[in-house]
Design a protein around this ligand. Structure first.
Ligand SMILES: Cc1cc2nc3c(=O)[nH]c(=O)nc-3n(C[C@H](O)[C@H](O)[C@H](O)COP(=O)(O)OP(=O)(O)OC[C@H]3O[C@@H](n4cnc5c(N)ncnc54)[C@H](O)[C@@H]3O)c2cc1C
Ligand code: FES
Length: 269
């Protein structure tokens, strides 16, 4: 019988520094590992353990994939200490990912903070690959400081293609954009509120206040898509670790519209 918990080996090719605490890990995928944007994988480091991450690369590329990881604890610290080449394990992809078909013919507002830009990068690249399917794309990104903002070069390129506004909580002398938390750059001036979906990904506190601001601006619960990062173990809908109300985040998520979550007391935990 096939062991569903057995990871497949993947070759780590390159490690890219994004900020003092965040690195992007590029893996070659000769066996054609595929994922849909917004799905997650369990990445394992032999002898250390495994943790869930959402690939940050273009899901249309089958020869390699990337994961952007913030160093917060045991597994992520060991990952940050790696040198190339190395062999890691991957199982998945799991979850449903972003429902691109529901976004068709709509304006898309993407709100991100910190390492939350990782899954959003994959989403943005997937949207850019199908420009005829979506109306205007609006990006609103925040970081604590300019040094904490990841994908700087790519964001410059994206801002040539779509409306992009950046902010930092605390600026330095070179920073030319906005200063303030991400909710201060949310407005609807260039947005057709009725025909728009909003995708939010970032730390729980940022998602909470961004959601409240979006509701205040007139968005409906069903228009707001949130990426939930609950504790995971199996990733397969078996252990119950990721449960939030009636949902298993690993199976029915990790992306949910706010109408499904709004009455659950643990939504922002
Ligand atoms: C579906 C899903 C997708 C995810 N995608 C990504 C991703 O693309 N990139 C990424 O960097 N992380 C992502 N995460 C979070 C990532 O799984 C955790 O950061 C990781 O499991 C931490 O493992 P650890 O052993 O290093 O930390 P642990 O030793 O388990 O934790 C150490 C400490 O860090 C805290 N902590 C754990 N997670 C976070 C966090 N995200 N931010 C701040 N503090 C935290 C813990 O509460 C604990 O106090 C995702 C999580 C889920 C559920
Ligand atoms: S992680 Fe085990 S049920 Fe979701």
């Amino acid at each position: 019988m096939k062991n569903i918990y057995l990871p497949i080996p993947v070759a780590l090719e390159q490690i890219i520094d994004e900020s003092a605490t965040i690195k992007t890990f590029r893996f070659s995928s000769n066996d054609g590992f595929r994922f849909k944007t917004g799905q997650f994988v369990e990445l394992s480091l032999p002898g250390i353990g495994e943790a869930p991450f959402t690939p940050s690369s273009d899901p249309n590329i089958s020869t390699r994939f990337e994961i952007t990881i913030m160093n917060v604890g045991r597994v992520t610290q060991a990952l940050h200490a790696l040198k190339t080449p190395a062999t890691l394990g991957v199982r998945g992809p799991y979850g449903l990912g972003y429902p691109l078909e529901e976004f068709k013919n709509k304006q898309i507002l993407i709100v991100g903070g910190g390492v939350g830009l990782a899954p959003l990068r994959s989403l943005i690249l997937a949207l850019f690959a199908r420009p005829a399917d979506f109306k205007n794309i609006h990006l609103r990104f925040g970081a604590r400081t300019p040094d904490d903002l990841i994908y700087k070069q790519e964001i410059k390129e994206w801002s040539k293609i779509c409306d992009c506004v950046l902010t930092v909580d605390k600026a330095d002398s070179d920073w030319k954009d906005n200063v303030g938390v991400v909710t201060t750059i949310l407005d609807t001036d260039s947005i057709d509120l009725k025909n728009c979906v909003v995708i939010v990904c970032g730390p729980p506190i940022m998602m909470k206040f961004a959601t409240f601001k979006l509701l205040e601006l007139g968005f409906k619960d069903k228009q707001i898509y949130l990426s939930m990062e609950k504790n995971m173990s199996c990733g397969l809908g078996k252990c119950g670790h990721c449960r939030i109300g009636p949902f298993f985040v690993c199976r029915e998520g990790p992306v949910f519209t706010f109408d499904k979550l709004k009455d659950l007391p643990e939504v922002w935990d």
